[in-house]
Design a protein around this ligand. Structure first.
Ligand SMILES: C[S@@+](CC[C@H](N)C(=O)[O-])C[C@H]1O[C@@H](n2cnc3c(N)ncnc32)[C@H](O)[C@@H]1O
Length: 319
């Protein structure tokens, strides 16, 4: 990278750090970020803070990021970081593990959206008894799929497979969407509605859900930049309900945040996690519910319950 580009990145990072820290120190009593936005013309602020800004769409955030650092999720540092993180569970993994411990014995197939090189599979296999015949499909971009296959082959791991399509989401008993929904241009309910998939269990984790106006922004991972979209919490919950899901639980993820300098009102101080389950009702398609007791013959359904699939529009808009 040219020296001018490096200096420019350092300047942007320093400016963002200083403003976010100043706002943190004031504990939200007065916001310097908001004050600066009121006083200083937007064109000047945009120049100072570079990609650290708000954008109306993911595409615009991506274009802004690419003007500073062209690499994004495909950067090898992403796989390295995730494999290193896989060695131990993070605080936000524990609520997911709490539910997975109950769900996994009833599951034959997991769809791990944005699953990187399978880091959650490796991490969770230390905490859970993942059956030998469990199919764990990781959906990610081609670069991560290729690396993931190499890692799985080195570790002789046969339960993992890697896929760039959403087709296998329909076969899954559990959809795990951890740390990835904000990178998708379409909200989760729309992905489900368009694919027709209705996994019995959906765990959303490490997601920057907002209660404010949904915007897109850019996250700085050091070696690469990622454009992300902050989806509206109530919009997600309401649209999942439209698809037949009930919200069983939600939790906050204290270790992750998105701070947009000059826009503390649109920032997300803590990420969120949610557990959704298909709601039983008396109309619609029949779904086999597998016994929740571990160590049963998982090929035999314990009961057949009728679950409802309300008719859904093909495209579900965002909140
Ligand atoms: C922060 S990582 C999350 C990894 C893991 N699920 C976790 O929670 O630790 C986000 C992942 O989403 C993937 N991703 C981003 N955009 C994607 C897209 N359009 N399609 C598939 N995967 C995507 C990235 O490559 C990356 O592996």
């Amino acid at each position: 990278m040219a020296i001018q580009s490096r200096i420019r990145l350092k300047q942007i990072r320093l400016a963002a750090y200083a403003l976010v820290q100043a706002d943190r120190l004031l504990l939200g009593k007065v916001s310097i970020g908001m004050a600066v936005r009121r006083i200083v013309p937007a064109a000047i602020l945009k120049h100072i803070f570079g990609y650290n800004w708000v954008y109306p769409s993911l595409a615009e955030a991506k274009a802004a990021a690419a003007g500073f650092i062209p690499s994004s999720h495909e950067h090898p540092a992403s796989a390295e970081a995730h494999l290193s993180l896989a060695q131990n569970a993070r605080p936000s993994d524990y609520p997911a593990l709490f539910y997975l411990d109950r769900i996994i014995p009833t599951c034959r197939s997991v769809f791990d959206l944005g699953g990187n090189v399978g880091n959650l599979f490796y991490c969770y296999s230390k905490y859970l008894d993942l059956p030998a015949d469990l199919q764990w499909t990781v959906h990610d971009i081609p670069e991560m799929q290729e690396l993931g296959r190499k890692v799985a082959s080195r570790r002789n791991e046969l339960r993992l497979r890697f896929d760039g399509t959403l087709e296998r989401m329909g076969e899954a008993d559990l959809l795990l969407a951890s740390g990835c929904l904000h990178y998708f241009d379409r909200p989760l309910p729309e992905l489900l509605a368009q694919s027709g998939a209705r996994p019995m269990h959906v765990i959303v984790n490490r997601t920057p859900l907002t209660d404010a106006e949904p915007v897109a922004t850019v996250q700085d991972a050091g070696a690469y930049l990622t454009a992300c979209k902050l989806y509206h919490r109530n919009g997600l919950i309401a649209r999942m309900k439209d698809l037949g899901y009930e919200l069983i639980d939600q939790w906050s993820v204290p270790e992750l945040s998105v701070h947009i300098p000059c826009h503390p009102d649109l920032s997300v101080p803590t990420y969120s996690g949610c557990y959704f389950r298909l709601a039983p009702c008396h109309a619609g398609r029949e779904v086999a519910v597998y016994s929740a007791k571990p160590k049963v013959n998982r090929s035999v359904p314990a009961a057949i319950v009728t679950y409802c699939f309300p008719s859904t529009p093909n495209v579900i808009g965002e909140a």
